[in-house]
Ligand binder design. Sequence first.
Ligand SMILES: Nc1nc2c(ncn2[C@@H]2O[C@H](COP(=O)(O)OP(=O)(O)OP(=O)(O)O)[C@@H](O)[C@H]2O)c(=O)[nH]1
Ligand SMILES: [Mg+2]
Length: 330
Amino acid sequence: SRFKCFAAEPGFFTRLGRLIQEKAKSDAEKIFSGFSKTRDNLAVVDELLLYWNLSDTDRVLDELEEALLVADFGPRITVKILESLREDIYAGKLKSGSEIKDALKRNVLDVLTSKGLKTELQLGFRKPGVIMIVGVNGGGKTTSLGKLANRLKQEGTKVLLAAGDTFRAAASDQLEVWAKRTGCEIIVAEKENAKASSVLSQAVKRGREQGFDVVLCDTSGRLHTNYSLMEELIACKKAIGKVVSGAPNEILQVLDGTTGLNMLPQAREFNDVVGVTGLILTKLDGSARGGCVVSVVDELGIPVKFVGVGEGVEDLQPFDPQAFVNAIFP
Ligand SMILES: Nc1nc2c(ncn2[C@@H]2O[C@H](COP(=O)(O)OP(=O)(O)OP(=O)(O)O)[C@@H](O)[C@H]2O)c(=O)[nH]1
Ligand SMILES: [Mg+2]
């Protein structure tokens, strides 16, 4: 592949991250269709603004507020955006419905980009780059890991999967299916009751010895309130770091997009315990609450790196703020 010839050069992972990110722009249709439910939820915005006139402003802004809250933008951002629109309307800076809509889009984009958060994967300088996937049960960790493996594979990288979910019996079988589907190698526990941390550290060792570019580590689902299981994650992180210093380079937390703002407490807790470097918001195709993407970035200051917009292998998309804004406010 066109990527492989750069493999020995410095900047390998920077280029890889950028290449993947650029795909989001060429694949804006997937993002667009993935956010259809949220877009339907926000269609009222167009109706409101189509017939807007100055004397109507307070009523229209009240209804706009309602629409943003229903789509889970969260009270803080909603109030902030509405205040800014109100001010600009009464100052005479926004003179038509379409100008108001453009300003709304600009405001949302600002929230997503103002902190300068990096949406590309950051895999450091050493091989293998290690990504650990964490989150509560059933959020879509293993599926997202499989889709990510597929994407990395498409860029010509050599990927090793690590079945760190030693808790659920069928978990490694599920990951083996993804290994076959994507043509990646996989490390699973050699014996029953193996510790997750030792499986992951073995995998990273093998990744280092056999020249893998990236090791993707699955972990079992756990509630953020379960202290001993959260401790296990710390042990996994440490064990990986002993093999390759600076690893895991990315700790990506998977959040179920259908839960909307309810994802915030678990996101905070995981971040406090293991230090989350990026978020993957899944199942947005089944959610009308896609505004949570904006509130989660604003509340946590952690970038959304990928969004899951369907069950297919291609349906994990790099997050592009502009494509997202265009998808929800067409
Ligand atoms: N529609 C849709 N479904 C998804 C998406 N991501 C994951 N799923 C589905 O969510 C379900 C759970 O996915 P898993 O990947 O097994 O979740 P997990 O977090 O690994 O679960 P545990 O390992 O049990 O904690 C599966 O049926 C997936 O197909 C998505 O973006 N869109
Ligand atoms: Mg899983």
